[in-house]
Ligand binder design. Structure first.
Ligand code: SF4
Ligand code: SF4
Length: 300
């Protein structure tokens, strides 16, 4: 088994390829790299003024949804940036829920009472599930706000309660960045701390997803990042990699996965989902994190 160091995502040898099984999960980078927040760990460097990836046009989203239906896609996810700053997000969710179980990843801040009411209507009017994922970065208010911005911790919990009161059970999604913020803190059972946090605001059945940090975007790739080799993939179960069964659609094309959105070498096709259904290159340092953790951006 050979692992070799890479710098800034550049491998020294031809990288291996992931197997591609079938397209089960389709992601949309609906708001591109535009977000109402400017978190200092964002792995795709989103912010209110980052136009590297633009908002997707609504008609374009609908065209991809038609293709997804023909290809038998099982579930659809919307992310960004912040999906709820897209002007047509509610209409897009309504259309998506006609055909697919649907999830939205949000920082929670743009969901006011009126929007929460509409989400409830959409959820109740569909035969498919509507899941809301709300992101937080620490169970400690000060440390969360140091990453996401002042006041965000309280606003996230307010949105969580607003949705909970309307019968949603949002999934609190946490980037595990505590070591990044405070190297002194022991790394013990972070999951339970978030469960306790939700219980403290009255949530009876807390749902928490913890995702590993990907050192990219606002976090630089370490000097000694490790690339995957063909040998390493030989006895590996490729189905553990989300790129074996998912693709990410953005305004400028279709990417191998949600993590590498915007990376030119991960762009598989433009416009046609069918053309993107082929093995992708495991060339990036982030692929090693997937390899080690088996992480998925899906709900669970
Ligand atoms: S981490 Fe999420 S909420 Fe923060 S800037 Fe990036 S996309 Fe926006
Ligand atoms: S980052 Fe992960 S999901 Fe994306 S192509 Fe690499 S291994 Fe696949």
């Amino acid at each position: 088994m050979v692992a070799y160091p890479i710098s800034a995502g550049e491998p020294l040898a031809e990288p291996p390829r992931a197997h591609f099984d079938c397209l089960e999960t389709l992601w949309f980078q609906i708001s591109g790299t535009l977000c109402n927040l400017r978190c200092n760990h964002c792995f795709i460097s989103c912010s209110p003024d980052n136009h590297a990836l633009e908002m997707m046009e609504t008609g374009e989203v609908f065209r991809y949804l038609d293709q997804a239906k023909e290809l038998g896609v099982k579930e659809v996810y919307y992310t960004g940036g912040e999906p709820f700053i897209h002007k047509d997000i509610l209409a897009i969710l309504e259309r998506t829920l006609r055909d697919f179980p649907t999830s939205v990843l949000t920082n929670g801040l743009p969901i006011n009472d009126q929007r929460a009411d509409r989400l409830k209507q959409l959820s109740e009017g569909s035969r498919y599930s509507l899941e809301i994922r709300i992101s937080l970065d620490d169970h400690d208010e000060k440390r969360n706000d140091a990453v996401r911005g002042k006041g965000t911790f309280r606003q996230v919990l307010n949105t969580y309660q607003r949705l909970y009161e309307r019968d949603f059970l949002p999934i609190l999604t946490v980037s595990e960045i505590r070591d990044y913020l405070d190297p002194e803190e022991p790394h013990t059972d972070p999951f339970q701390k978030y469960v306790d946090l939700l219980r403290s605001i009255g949530v009876k059945r807390p749902r928490v997803k913890i995702i590993p940090v990907f050192e990219m975007g606002m976090l630089p790739i370490p000097d000694q990042a490790t690339a995957l080799s063909t040998d390493m993939m030989e006895s590996y179960d490729h189905s553990l990699l989300q790129c074996s069964a998912s693709r990410m659609v953005a305004s400028d094309g279709i990417y191998a996965c949600p993590i590498l959105v915007g990376e030119e070498k991960a762009r598989m096709a433009k416009g046609s989902l069918q053309e993107a259904l082929k093995p992708c290159s495991l060339y990036h340092a982030a692929c090693h994190t997937c390899y080690l953790t088996g992480m998925t951006c899906r709900n669970f």
